[in-house]
Design a protein around this ligand. Sequence first.
Ligand code: SAH
Length: 331
Amino acid sequence: MEEWERWAESRGEQAFRAKQVFQWLHQKRAQSFEEMTNLSKALRAKLAEEFEVGVLETVLVQKSKRDGTRKYLFGLEDGNRIESVYMPYRDWNAVCISSQAGCGMGCGFCASTIGGLKRSLTAGEMLGQVYEIAGEVPKVSSVVVMGSGEPLHNLENLLKFIRIITSPEGMNLSGRGITVSTCGIVPKIRELAEEKLPINLAVSLHAADQEKREMLMPVAREYPLDQLMDACRDYFSKTGRRLTFEYALISGVNDSRDDAVRLCELLHGINCYVNLIPMNPVRESRFRGPGRQKAEEFRDQLEKRGLSVAIRREMGADIDGACGQLRARLR
Ligand code: SAH
């Protein structure tokens, strides 16, 4: 909004025009300046001369017959492709968006990182994913930045995205409906804490000891577990927001009783939820998920020791639902 206000001022337009343009773009999700019928023809022409309304190209939509999950493959202007997912739950609908094209983090179980990082997305490209999907489904009640990419390596655009999507003149989404997931970029977690946003932060842990975590996630070498946990404690004390720890259960790697006990010790005294994700099989990876029973045993071990824990419902398993799978398959 401030950018449009500055634009209006510099072009000698009245200040309320900024709000009108912003509402057309972010509330009514106009796809062209032509649609902005409460602006004069001359103003619309001026806007069209200076700007372009960015619209993502829908390359492919896969719809799950099992649970209504939809996976979108979008094309960007420079030819890069990104994935987003729509997940209908019983009383709310979530959209999962990508924050980067590709990913540079190199996690051994994740399809997004195959092929490396292409580039970070603009705030507009992040909004575009939500807007395209919002135009096709009943209502978007939450947005999770858990698709491809590491959002905290694109913090400036992420913050702009959050400001716009929570704007009362835009989609007016509540901060509580937004979740950002990070692999644990310690200095950026500290930076985000300073923003004191009412959003949810999810941290991908996947192992409770340093050695195992390094094996699964190369980023752990740069930001070891003790530093990460300190940053998480600090995040909670600054924002008062309870953290979520994601833990992808991988058969024979991190799903033993010992792993569960170690996880409880690591999280002792931290106000958090644990989200267990049975690993979604990725063709290119040797890792596999545990069976249902093993996942439930792991959950029970945590619960018994007082942690708030849930096994994430597997959705879209029939449609390449996991991060980066669709893009990797169509490359
Ligand atoms: N880079 C961020 C956000 C994207 S990944 C992060 O690491 O958190 C979103 C979540 O999906 C992460 O917890 C990631 O580790 C997990 N994930 C990736 N591939 C997976 C797979 N094949 N099965 C289960 N979870 C996976």
